[in-house]
Design a protein around this ligand. Structure first.
Ligand SMILES: Cc1cc2nc3c(=O)[nH]c(=O)nc-3n(C[C@H](O)[C@H](O)[C@H](O)COP(=O)(O)OP(=O)(O)OC[C@H]3O[C@@H](n4cnc5c(N)ncnc54)[C@H](O)[C@@H]3O)c2cc1C
Length: 429
């Protein structure tokens, strides 16, 4: 029986292990953190087990559906009518459906038509290759005009990508718009999904299945070195132990690879080093009162330094009708704010929440937490496709992928599952 060592027990690593076992391989998953699930992992927020980073499911997440079916979890998938708002200079507008666009007072009639056409054609688009050499900014401006871009998109891009915001690929933004745009019951009604119990329902079911079928999951064990000899992978080192495998698959964020590929050439390592990521500081509140009826609220208001917030309990209800709100600050990890402490983020974000709901008081806060991630989102610039190294590396039996390898699709659990399946069924020999 061929043995495979898999780095990372996020959705991609877990799914790789699951599909590899189905194919008859002997599997060992090695995870750095003391928990599994990666970006989709949970934590306890005063008695509620919840994602560290909000997670919703879209109607086109077919690979998640297929896996849920195989694990007999399809009945845990719940769909909910959701809505979007846009907080612009102190006023909350309804957003994200044709009527809201029609009645949106800040766009001219021409902008409304152009915006609507862009949304419609992007949701129907099948191929994104022709957008590969255009920036999101150029492409969106060409559709909706400069004024509408500045109002509806500029702040969102700036507070997600900072100095990179003008060079983000149009193909990347368009696939993202398509995924969310198609998650609807009808043209007028957005619908999003969640798993009963949250993302850990799937993560834990995968882990149980892997272990039941004889696989091993080792946590608390950052891989510190990949052992290579004469361009062939031999195994890896973790916790000062050497583990030998026939094949190794890495699913960890590529920026970590430089440290563990010490035995390879600089040229080889540079392929991964050049892929940049931004980090996230994700603030989460458990509250007695919410701020709106919407699942997400985009923000374009001079007083706010973030692109939006997610009132997660408008998708997945929690006990006693308490409210869960996430405020994600994406930013390059070199930004001074990344290192700020929890008190700083509490003061800033509580102030934001009060701007949306002036009746909210500090006594309404049941719990609050801050989760940080250094590599939360690959920066997919114009022409990014060219930068993605092959999954099957020059080193025999070493396979490398992370969330940017399914570009132009944005990172997502379903895409990580899909790529895992492809790696095992089509690439690993
Ligand atoms: C704020 C935020 C919101 C999101 N919202 C959604 C959403 O709504 N819907 C959705 O589908 N997706 C969402 N995602 C994306 C989704 O979480 C990811 O696409 C998915 O988790 C990626 O899985 P992965 O296994 O590819 O990577 P990861 O989850 O990053 O897993 C990689 C694993 O590798 C481990 N690792 C790192 N270094 C080492 C090492 N040296 N040795 C061993 N292990 C190591 C890490 O600890 C981690 O567990 C969101 C992500 C973020 C950050």
């Amino acid at each position: 029986m061929k043995s495979i060592g898999i780095l990372g027990a996020g959705p991609m690593g877990l799914a790789c292990a699951y599909y590899a076992q189905k194919k008859g391989y002997k599997v060992t998953l090695i995870e750095a953190a003391p928990f599994i699930g990666g970006m989709a992992s949970h934590f306890e927020l005063s008695g509620t087990s919840i994602e560290k980073f909000y997670h919703f499911i879209c109607k086109t997440d077919f690979d998640t559906f297929e896996l849920l079916d195989e694990l007999q979890l399809s009945d845990k998938l719940i769909w909910k009518n959701t809505s979007m708002g846009y907080f612009i200079e102190g006023k909350l507008y309804k957003w994200g459906d044709p009527f809201s666009l029609l009645f949106f007072e800040k766009f001219s009639l021409i902008s409304k038509i152009r915006y609507g056409l862009n949304a419609f054609f992007t949701s129907k688009r099948k191929n994104f290759d022709s957008l590969e050499n255009l920036s999101a900014e150029e492409w969106l401006k060409s559709w909706i005009g400069e004024k509408a871009y500045d109002l509806a998109w500029k702040k969102l891009m700036d507070y997600k990508f900072y100095e990179y915001s003008s060079s983000i690929s149009a193909a990347w933004i368009a696939t993202r718009m398509k995924r969310v745009g198609n998650s609807r019951k009808s043209i007028f009604q957005e619908q999003l999904g969640y798993l009963e119990g949250g993302s850990e329902t799937l993560v834990n079911a995968l882990a149980d299945k892997i272990k039941d079928d004889g696989g091993k999951i080792i946590i608390n064990s950052p891989v510190t070195n990949l052992m290579i000899s004469e361009k062939k992978i031999l195994g890896l080192e973790a916790n000062n132990e050497k583990l030998y495998f026939d094949s190794v698959i890495s699913t960890i964020p590529t920026p970590y690879l430089d440290e563990i590929l010490g035995e390879t050439s600089l040229d080889f390592r540079n392929k991964y080093k050049q892929i940049e990521n931004i980090g996230v500081v994700c603030v989460i509140y458990k509250l007695k009162k919410g701020v709106s009826k919407h699942f997400w609220v985009n923000i374009n208001d001079e007083r706010f330094e973030l692109p939006g917030l997610i009132e997660f309990s408008n998708l997945r209800k929690i006990e006693n009708d308490l409210k869960i709100i996430y405020l994600p600050y994406y930013m390059p990890i070199t930004h001074e704010k990344f290192e700020k402490n929890d008190e700083y983020f509490f003061e800033e974000t509580f102030n934001y929440l009060q701007m949306l709901n002036p009746n909210l008081e500090k006594e309404d806060v049941i719990d609050f937490s801050v989760n940080k991630l250094k590599y939360a989102q690959p920066i997919c610039n114009v022409g990014f496709k060219e930068n993605i190294p092959p999954i099957q590396t020059d080193i025999e039996d070493l396979y490398i992928a992370d969330t940017c390898f399914y570009y132009p699709e944005d990172r997502g659990v379903s895409e990580s599952i899909k790529l895992a399946k492809t790696i095992i069924e089509k690439i690993v020999i």
